[in-house]
Design a protein around this ligand. Structure first.
Ligand SMILES: NC(=O)c1ccc[n+]([C@@H]2O[C@H](COP(=O)([O-])OP(=O)(O)OC[C@H]3O[C@@H](n4cnc5c(N)ncnc54)[C@H](OP(=O)(O)O)[C@@H]3O)[C@@H](O)[C@H]2O)c1
Length: 197
C-alpha cells in the first residue's frame, strides 16, 4: 500500500517487530517512506532486547533520542494465556504485566521529555478489545491492557497540550496481521491528514 509522499523521512520505533503484527507494521511504514527501527528479542531486527530488562528499555530510549524518533509504536505483547486464574503462575502474571503494561509506560516516560523538548511526537499503543469488554479466562491479560488504556487516557490531555499525540488501537482477534497493519496505517495517516491514503 504505497502512495503517501512525505516531505521528510520520519523515524519510527516498533517494539516486537520480528513477527506477527509488528513485522507487518514495519513493512507498511517502510513502504510509505518511514525509517523504521525494528525492535525484537530475536530475528530480523535493528535492536535486540527483552522488554522485561531495564537495560533494554534504556537502550531503546537512548537510540530513540539519537535517531530523533517521531513515532513510537508499543506493539510487543504477551498474548492471553486463556487460563483460569487459579492456574496462572505468579511468574506468568509478572511477565504479562511487565511486557504489556510496565514496558510501554517506561518507554513512553523515557521518550516523553525528548518529545516535549522538540514540541511534537506520536505514540501508538496496540491495545486489545479485552481492555474494554468482559472476557472469560482472560483476567491478567485484560488487567494489563486495561491498565495501558487507563495510563493512556490519563496522559492524553496533558500530552496534547505539549504537542504529543497518543493513538490507541483496541484490536479484536487478529486473523490477518497484514490487513490489520494496513488499517492501522490508514487510520494513523487519516488522523495526521496525510494525502493519497
Ligand atoms: N493476536 C491477537 O489476536 C491480538 C488481538 C488484540 C490485540 N493484540 C495485541 O497486538 C500486539 C501484537 O500481537 P501479535 O498477535 O502480533 O503477537 P505475537 O505474534 O505473539 O508477537 C508478539 C511480539 O511481542 C514480542 N515480545 C513478547 N514478549 C517480549 C519480551 N519480553 N520482550 C520483547 N519482546 C517481546 C514477541 O517477541 P518474540 O518473538 O521474541 O516472542 C513478538 O515480537 C500485542 O500487543 C497484542 O496484545 C493481539
Amino acid at each position: 500500500m504505497k502512495g503517501i509522499k512525505l516531505e521528510k523521512i520520519k523515524t519510527i520505533l516498533i517494539t516486537g517487530a520480528n513477527r506477527g503484527l509488528g513485522s507487518e507494521l514495519a513493512k507498511i511504514f517502510s513502504e510509505n517512506n518511514y525509517e523504521v527501527i525494528k525492535h525484537g528479542r530475536k530475528g530480523d531486527v535493528n535492536i535486540l532486547g527483552d522488554l522485561r530488562d531495564a537495560n533494554s528499555i534504556n537502550n531503546l530510549i537512548e537510540i530513540s533520542k539519537k535517531r530523533n524518533l517521531e513515532i513510537l509504536i508499543n506493539n510487543a505483547g504477551i498474548l492471553c494465556p486463556f487460563l483460569p486464574l487459579e492456574e496462572i503462575t505468579t511468574k506468568q502474571i509478572e511477565e504479562i504485566l511487565e511486557v504489556n503494561l510496565i514496558a510501554p509506560i517506561k518507554l513512553i516516560k523515557g521518550i516523553y521529555p525528548f518529545f516535549i523538548e522538540r514540541g511534537y511526537g506520536t505514540i501508538i499503543n496496540i491495545n486489545s478489545d479485552l481492555a474494554l469488554r468482559k472476557g472469560f479466562q482472560r483476567s491478567i491479560y485484560s488487567a494489563s491492557k486495561g491498565g495501558l488504556r487507563g495510563f493512556s487516557l490519563g496522559l492524553k490531555k496533558e500530552a496534547k497540550e505539549k504537542g504529543i499525540e497518543i493513538i490507541d488501537f483496541y484490536l479484536k482477534k487478529i486473523l490477518n496481521p497484514k490487513k490489520v497493519a494496513e488499517n492501522i496505517y490508514k487510520r494513523y495517516a487519516q488522523k495526521r491528514k496525510l494525502k493519497n491514503v
